[in-house]
Design a protein around this ligand. Structure first.
Ligand SMILES: [Zn+2]
Length: 185
């Protein structure tokens, strides 16, 4: 983690866009929400990727900022991390369509079971801080997930520049031809 990033004074924006997730995690997130809906336990997505300032802000809660501790993960140590993107948080909805944090445990358990049937790890099973709305795709280690994410980013970046690369190659070939003409002159 870069040393120069300080804990922000105000809460950095929560990102709930599922397109920010690693592709397989995104598919499983969609499947979880669809299956929960079909099972009569409507649920909404509330958070996906977390950038360093927000993780620092959350980590500070209950430590250097008032409130109860919500995470033991520093930036780079959570599956939500910008360099991993394999975790998301959801919340159950009540009959009025409002976030239902105090829903009966049985309802959260049913949601957790759906997530686990999809191959996700459920935060409700965590030994330390239980996190009922949290799901993560952790079939690889945190370090491996970071490497996989880097390859994914590289691939995305290359697909964006491939057209430009072709243009650059053509220009280089033309320049070489001109140079050889000059040599022969
Ligand atoms: Zn989470």
């Amino acid at each position: 983690m870069p040393e120069d990033i300080r804990t922000p004074e105000q809460e950095p924006r929560r990102i709930s866009d599922r397109r920010e997730l690693e592709p397989r995690t995104r598919e499983l997130c969609t499947a979880l929400l669809e299956r929960a809906e079909a099972a009569g336990i409507p649920t909404i997505l509330i958070e996906t990727v977390r950038f360093t300032p927000r993780q620092l802000w959350l980590y500070a809660q209950g430590r250097t900022r008032p409130g109860s501790i919500v995470t033991n993960a520093k930036p780079g140590e959570t599956w939500h991390d910008q360099g991993i993107r394999r975790a998301f948080d959801v919340v159950l909805l009540d009959a009025a369509g409002k976030a239902w944090w105090n829903a009966p445990a049985e309802r959260w358990e049913r949601l957790g079971a759906i997530g686990k049937s999809l191959g996700l790890t459920w935060g409700g099973d965590f030994k330390g801080l239980r996190d009922l709305g949290h799901f993560q795709l952790d079939r690889v280690t945190l370090a491996e997930a970071k490497e996989i994410a880097k390859v994914g980013e590289l691939r995305a970046a290359l697909s964006g520049v491939s057209i430009e690369l072709a243009a650059v190659t053509r220009l280089l070939n033309e320049a070489q031809e001109l140079a050889s003409l000059e040599d022969g002159a």
